[in-house]
Design a protein around this ligand. Structure first.
Ligand SMILES: [Zn+2]
Length: 272
């Protein structure tokens, strides 16, 4: 646990703290806790809140509600220098639970444990992409998401950038077969311009927000750990948008195949 940085930091909201903040990241707050009292109360009680999260046991998205804690005026004194936990229960089945353990110590709060792990929660969310990514890229995607949940930015970003570049290259290969394509222009272009040139093969969101992807052109030695962590969510979103379109196409093609077979069978039946 790092204790070097004692600058007060904005406390995360409870949903973020549980589902996005890696373990052992410590948030320091002013000793005048009145400033943070409401935020602290939310973290200690979270009485009206809920988590929207993938349930590994239902194998789909679910809503989790916190187990009740009785409110106490002196909660700061009661919990100071001790750990406290939150248990959330799946609305579909009360035996499906999420556990989070926090440490409130020396005017700081740290999440020191959780089950299932952030990596597990994140990896079930991306499982659906296995069939469009292939085994190798899927394993890299999984590794990237796992690393970032442990606060490892550069390593995670390298994997994600590779996958992103492969998907862009796939779109490029498709466009190359269309008439009027200028491959010389494409090869000279930076990532943002490449995304514009591939606009017919990429999701609109990606094309409209292409400036967000300029960081992909930077050499890995130029990037800091926090730049990589910062660029991770938008790069992941770009990848997911491309993959969502691929999944939709796969589903549509499957339906069309089934429908044409059904129509063929019916036509045969009607003839006989
Ligand atoms: Zn469940």
């Amino acid at each position: 646990m790092s204790t070097e940085n004692t600058e007060p930091e904005q406390l995360p909201d409870m949903i973020d703290f549980c589902l996005n903040v890696p373990l052992y990241k410590t948030f320091y707050f002013d000793k005048d806790y009145k400033l943070h009292q409401e935020k602290l109360r939310e973290i200690f009680y979270f009485a009206d809140g809920h988590l929207d999260c993938f349930c590994r046991e239902c194998n789909k998205e679910s809503v989790f509600h916190p187990e009740h804690k009785s409110d106490d005026q002196h909660f700061i004194v009661r919990y100071r220098n001790s750990e406290f936990q939150h248990v959330f229960t799946c609305t579909r089945n009360k035996n499906h639970k999420l556990f989070f353990l926090f440490l409130f110590h020396d005017w700081s709060i740290t999440k020191i444990g959780q089950h299932p792990s952030l990596a597990d929660l994140a990896s079930v969310e991306i499982q659906k992409y296995r069939k469009v990514l292939g085994n190798e890229s899927y394993a890299e995607f999984n590794r990237a998401v796992g690393l970032v949940t442990h606060g490892v930015g550069i390593g995670a970003f390298v994997y994600l950038r590779r996958i992103f570049e492969n998907l862009i290259e796939e779109a490029h290969q498709g466009e190359m077969t269309t008439s009027g394509w200028d491959d010389g222009l494409y090869k000279k272009a930076h990532i943002e311009e490449r995304i514009t040139l591939l606009k017919n093969s990429l999701p609109n969101f990606l094309v409209e927000n292409r400036s967000l992807y300029s960081i992909l052109s930077k050499g890995i030695h130029e990037l800091t750990e926090s730049e990589c962590l910062g660029a991770f969510p938008i790069t992941k979103l770009g990848i997911e948008l491309i993959l969502d379109e691929k999944l939709e196409k796969l589903e549509r093609d499957k339906k069309i195949k089934e429908a044409s077979k059904g129509i063929g069978d019916l036509a045969k039946k009607l003839k006989s």
